[in-house]
Design a protein around this ligand. Structure first.
Ligand SMILES: Nc1nc2c(ncn2[C@@H]2O[C@H](COP(=O)(O)OP(=O)(O)O)[C@@H](O)[C@H]2O)c(=O)[nH]1
Ligand SMILES: [Mg+2]
Length: 239
């Protein structure tokens, strides 16, 4: 049986994480473990996870000292997966924007792919309840990324995805520099440049109903610059 790890980064997700874990384990997928990476959330998200661990041995928790960003959280999660025998490694948000019930669809799609991305923009726009400004920003960021880098994806900033182990083994994880959402673009770009098969499947993205988004101007600017950096470095054969 091939093992599956779902990595869920959390920062102040106390009201969401229990529900996410419940839905995940109700799916009864054989070989599925969950790794929560919490950045010392002031709302004590980690306590909810620790209580959960008492009744479920398939939940792991890494606690970091402070808010160190999404990118480094995932890199740490990827290393955790590579040190163990996981074949399929998922990224998923903790705020129920990503429906865990989609996981079987990813597992089906990854049979003939190396990286499956849950896309909000594959056929039209499948985003529920985002303010127009936020939606426009996301759509524009994706068009911009596609145009500058040539990355053939409709949703390169999606945070709901499934990697085959070999992708994470091939990409030099210590050279991944992004910390905000451009982390998604950087990983996709590096997988694509190495010739891995990337497939998008349609998902619906629901805006969080509780808790706060961590989106910031800093994260936006990092992404806008990262796209150029990836493009320029790749012109010199560095990716
Ligand atoms: N560990 C960790 N998780 C984070 C950090 N920033 C965001 N997250 C988590 O990453 C996911 C996506 O963040 P969110 O704020 O919902 O982004 P949005 O959906 O784009 O507005 C959520 O599960 C957050 O709790 C961080 O610095 N560290
Ligand atoms: Mg969110």
């Amino acid at each position: 049986m091939e093992k599956i790890l779902v990595i869920v980064p959390t920062y102040n997700e106390r009201e969401n994480i229990g529900k996410v874990l419940d839905i995940l384990f109700d799916l009864n997928i054989p070989g599925l473990d969950v790794l929560v990476i919490d950045d010392n959330s002031p709302d004590h998200t980690a306590d909810i996870v620790k209580a959960y661990q008492k009744k479920n041995p398939h939940v792991f928790l890494i606690e970091r000292a402070g808010k160190l960003g999404l990118g480094t959280a995932y890199i740490q999660g990827f290393k955790f997966a590579l040190e163990r025998d996981y074949e399929y490694i998922f990224e998923m948000d903790a705020d129920l924007s990503h429906d865990p019930r989609e996981i079987p669809n990813f597992l089906e799609a990854v049979k003939d792919a190396d990286l499956v991305i849950g896309s909000r923009y594959l056929r039209g726009v499948n985003v529920i309840n985002w303010p127009l400004r936020r939606l426009a920003l996301s759509v524009m960021a994706n068009k911009y990324t596609k145009y500058i880098t040539g990355l053939p994806l409709e949703d390169s900033t999606s945070g709901f995805k499934c990697f085959r182990r070999r992708v994470l083994e091939a990409v030099p994880l210590d050279q991944v520099k992004s910390n905000g959402y451009s982390f998604q673009i950087e990983m996709n770009f590096k997988a694509w440049k190495r010739g891995f098969r990337i497939k998008e499947i349609q998902i619906i993205f629901y805006d969080r109903t509780v808790g706060k988004s961590k989106m910031s101007k800093k994260i936006m600017f990092e992404a806008a610059l990262m796209v150029w950096k990836l493009k320029i470095l790749s012109l010199f054969g560095k990716y």
